[in-house]
Design a protein around this ligand. Structure first.
Ligand SMILES: C[S@@+](CC[C@H](N)C(=O)[O-])C[C@H]1O[C@@H](n2cnc3c(N)ncnc32)[C@H](O)[C@@H]1O
Length: 230
């Protein structure tokens, strides 16, 4: 087997460990050093595209909408969101690790067709949770028509243990407050967890669970939780 080449390393904030970018032939991989495993491989990205397709279906062709994508990874979800929205709309992409943004400006960016070059894409360097309204910030208004979350491998901290908080009831309520009426929260997961569906319902979302194959109708089955604000 052709060995992979290490293209870059990055420290994940809050002692989250080391993120590595490697390349084997035309495939790129972003993974966590050690036994924690792979976060993303460019070879399989159908479900990352589906996350945006399902999450933005209700705003296709609608003017002046706003979408939040967390995180950037290899840019597939961002690219698909940009494809789904109108020319007057905007996507904010939140990415925790600065090097991931730099990697996307280099050869990695080719994978998804360089979505960062689209002037409708705005980058927020930092934790996606910083963009959710909290009860303490009373002046903030609902902002997004869709929030697409793919920061871990499912609804539990993987990149970073702090991400566990993202899926708590408190955070889901904050996300709900950040969504415009009829807004949609879509979350990518490598597995289906019935308890998380209940958690979304408890946070007053109407939930639909979609199963999507990892690669062009083949491979592992991934889950997309579609949570509509009601
Ligand atoms: C699985 S990848 C995303 C893949 C992406 N959907 C795509 O299409 O390529 C997860 C990304 O989320 C970032 N991330 C992890 N936790 C985050 C957080 N709390 N806020 C923002 N970005 C985060 C990681 O650094 C990584 O780039």
């Amino acid at each position: 087997m052709i060995p992979s080449t290490l293209l870059g390393t990055a420290s994940i904030p809050n002692n989250g460990g080391e993120l590595r970018l490697t390349q084997r032939e035309s495939d790129f991989s972003i993974h966590l050093k050690g036994v924690r495993g792979e976060l993303m491989n460019s070879r399989v990205h159908s479900s990352e595209l589906a996350l945006a397709k399902f999450g933005c279906a209700h705003i296709q062709g609608v003017e002046n909408t706003k979408v939040l994508v967390g995180g950037l990874g290899m840019g597939f979800t961002l690219a698909a969101a940009l494809k789904s929205i109108s020319i007057s709309s905007q996507v904010v992409v939140a990415e925790l690790v600065p090097e991931v943004i730099e990697w996307n400006k280099g050869p990695l960016g080719e994978c998804a067709g360089r979505p960062l070059d689209d002037n409708r894409a705005l980058v927020h360097l930092g934790d996606v949770a910083e963009l959710f309204n909290t009860r303490q910030v009373k002046t903030k208004q609902a902002t997004y028509d869709a929030i697409l979350l793919d920061v871990d491998n499912g609804p539990e901290g993987f990149t970073n243990t702090e991400n566990n908080n993202l899926y708590s009831n408190k955070s889901l309520q904050a996300i709900r407050q950040t969504l415009n009426p009829n807004g949609v929260l879509a979350i990518w997961s490598a597995w289906h967890d019935h308890k998380f569906t209940l958690q979304l319902k408890k946070a007053h979302f109407e939930v639909e669970v979609k199963t999507v194959r990892a690669h062009k109708g083949k491979g592992s089955r991934h889950t997309i939780y579609l949570a509509k604000k009601r």
